[in-house]
Design a protein around this ligand. Structure first.
Ligand SMILES: [Zn+2]
Length: 162
């Protein structure tokens, strides 16, 4: 099993938890220097918050763990690196949506590893793909695809309620 697959399996476990709890079966881990620094899962339904996708949940978790998410008085200048996850790699069981791709870009995550693809599970957002987003905003991001893709797509679909 490659490192990519090992971390993707951890993301899939979080996706399983999300699915059991009543959310979409999508999970995410953020890794830096070989260590998981953030874990997230889709919690839109359980938190009644459309912004809590697996990726944004993992970003919030990483920032909290690193102590860099205190945006209270005096620490609100993001340009000073308050929300900096550069050097990190993000593993998500599904191709990130545009909201999450923006959050990933803004926190400086430059390596995106994805399992399933939106189109493969019937989630078509116009001509959007993670690759087209990166090209559109001219972001310096490396994308790795196809890591346990079929299993990740099955996981997401297992808990999808039409
Ligand atoms: Zn998203």
């Amino acid at each position: 099993m490659t490192n990519h697959e090992a971390f993707m399996r951890q993301a899939m476990e979080l996706g399983e938890t999300a699915g059991r709890e009543g959310d979409l079966g999508i999970g995410c881990v953020i890794v830096r220097d070989g260590t998981v620094i953030g874990r997230g899962r889709n919690r839109m339904n359980t938190q009644r918050n459309p912004m809590v996708h697996a990726e944004t949940d993992a970003i919030a978790d990483a920032l909290k763990a690193l102590g860099t998410a205190d945006l209270s008085a005096g620490a609100a200048d993001l340009s000073a690196g308050a929300a900096d996850l550069s050097g990190a790699t993000l593993y998500t069981t599904m191709e990130p949506c545009p909201m999450c791709a923006g959050a990933m870009m803004n926190t400086g995550i430059r390596h995106w590893v994805m399992g399933g693809r939106l189109k493969a599970v019937g989630r078509v957002i116009g001509r959007y793909t993670a690759e087209s987003f990166v090209a559109f905003v001219d972001a310096d991001v490396e994308i790795t695809t196809g890591v346990l893709a079929a299993e990740c797509e099955a996981l997401r679909n297992r808990y999808f309620r039409k």
